[in-house]
Write a protein that binds this ligand. Structure first.
Ligand code: UD1
Length: 430
């Protein structure tokens, strides 16, 4: 299991050491959680490998157990077996559901398998409004009736059928839910303006291996022909491109030299282009990447759905750009409160100006250690990187957010030579 962690722990970081060495990627958080939910679609066993050792995974296992499904999770062995041979219950338990955003991914599979789902509004990072309108509109088009009461949404679809759905925006969660619902619906569903993140492609490939009929995997138009049942499968989770990007930025920001193993460079085309434009040397191997320090220069970056630059790497990039010469412009297009962290970087000495969803970062600036707070999974990692760059000691609180998305974060950074440890908050108070 995960090491015992306390929500009161902090990271104590002393900056200055360039990161050097090798890090092997975990399975992708945003894939593994959805592959687990897809276990609900199968009336047999779904076995997953390369399941990441992160805190969201046991929560998702609890969501599934709360639906009556047998889940055998071995985080040390990085595997998980999900047995939904018996049809699951349709009412998801709200205590686990409200802890992670990805719990909403049981909606589509439940509607597909038992034609009904009742689920509380999911939790997860507080990174701006995260409505469900696209998920629900798509299910209504497929014949579902939706009621919302008491903070829960109740979806009934005794006759779930195929439909032509055009999303307003390529939402990751809505694409996944509608895709999974469509696999067992009557007839053909077409999802236009679908999201095509590598994690969605991973989900599509696993569903295909289970017998689903899906055309257009990796494209903005998915065509799914419903089947009667999906068969058991044994599947390896794709590598975490956001984890790769995070370690690459940490290497770049500290002037280091890091090899990332079990990586798919093709999932990181734009982030690698931006790192190269920013002056880093990036060497691509068969399933490795070597990131070597160079003279950092300003770059302009716009976050967009895949294959655009991922919003989940925006905070880490901002830290990197504080070290680059010139003025960089970073535009956030996916979530509406993803610059909240900037105020903390300013306290470290960063020169960042915000104008709506644009940020201007002037560099290089010498950062100095202060107390920082993780606001979500990614700003927690960004705060640690800022600490590795800064002079003196940085304390990062609320690191339980980092546990949700990064496996063995402190141990891996230490193995790369970082001066970081995790201690109870009481050790640094005063
Ligand atoms: C997923 C990822 C998250 C990543 C995000 C964008 C998981 C568990 N999380 O989140 O790490 O940052 O993709 O790459 O996989 N929206 C609506 N209505 C909807 C659905 C979404 O307006 O019905 C909006 C959201 O408020 C947001 C945007 O669409 O502004 C993108 O959201 P979406 O792609 O759905 O992200 P998530 O699936 O929540």
């Amino acid at each position: 299991m995960l090491d015992p962690t306390s929500s009161n722990d902090v990271f104590r970081v002393r900056g200055g050491a360039p990161l050097r060495g090798t890090v092997r990627l975990s399975g992708a958080k945003n894939s593994a959680l959805k592959l687990m939910a897809a276990g609900l679609l199968c009336d047999g066993m779904v076995r997953l490998r390369e399941v990441p050792r992160i805190a969201d995974v046991p929560v998702m296992a609890d969501v599934l157990r709360g639906l009556g499904v047998e889940v055998d999770l071995d985080l040390d062995g990085r595997c998980c077996a999900i047995d939904a041979s018996e049809p699951p219950s349709w009412h998801a338990p709200s205590d686990a559901v409200t802890r992670i955003r990805a719990s909403i991914s049981v909606l589509g599979p439940l509607v597909a398998r038992v034609r009904r789902a009742r689920i509380a509004s999911p939790g997860g990072d507080r990174i701006g409004s995260r409505p469900l309108d696209m998920h629900l509109r798509g299910l209504i088009a497929m014949g579902a009736e939706v009621e919302e009461d008491g903070g829960e949404v109740d979806v009934r679809a005794p006759e779930l059928h195929g439909a032509q759905i055009t999303l307003d925006f390529p939402s990751v969660g809505a694409t996944e839910n509608l895709l999974m619902a469509a696999t067992l619906a009557d007839g053909t569903t077409i999802i236009e303006n679908a999201a095509r993140e590598p994690e969605i492609q991973d989900l599509c490939r696993m569903l295909e291996a289970m017998g689903a009929h899906i055309e257009g995997v990796g494209s903005p138009t998915l065509e799914i022909e419903g089947v009667d049942r999906l068969a058991p499968v044994d599947w390896e989770t794709c590598p975490d491109r956001i984890e790769a990007g995070t370690y690459a930025m940490a290497a770049a920001a500290t002037g280091g030299d890091v090899v990332i193993e079990r990586v798919r460079a093709s999932d990181l085309t734009l982030p690698l282009l931006k790192l190269r434009s920013a002056g880093m040397v990036v060497e691509e191997g068969a399933d490795t990447l070597r990131i070597k320090a160079g003279d950092l220069e300003a770059v302009d970056v716009v976050t967009l759905p895949y294959p655009g630059f991922p919003t989940d790497l925006q905070a880490q990039l901002m830290v990197l750009l504080t070290q680059a010469t010139g003025t960089s412009r970073c535009t956030e297009n996916v979530f509406d409160s993803r610059f909240d962290f900037v105020e903390q970087l300013r306290r470290m000495g960063a020169d960042i100006e915000i104008d709506g969803h644009h940020a201007l970062i002037r560099g290089p600036r010498r950062l100095h250690g202060v107390r920082l707070r993780s606001l979500d999974v990614r700003t927690g990692a960004a705060a640690a990187i800022a600490g590795l760059v800064a002079e003196g000691e940085t304390i990062v609180s609320d690191v339980h957010h980092v546990d949700r998305g990064y496996a063995d974060f402190v141990a891996r950074l230490r193995a790369l030579g970082a001066d970081i440890d995790r201690v109870p908050a009481s050790d640094v108070d005063g």
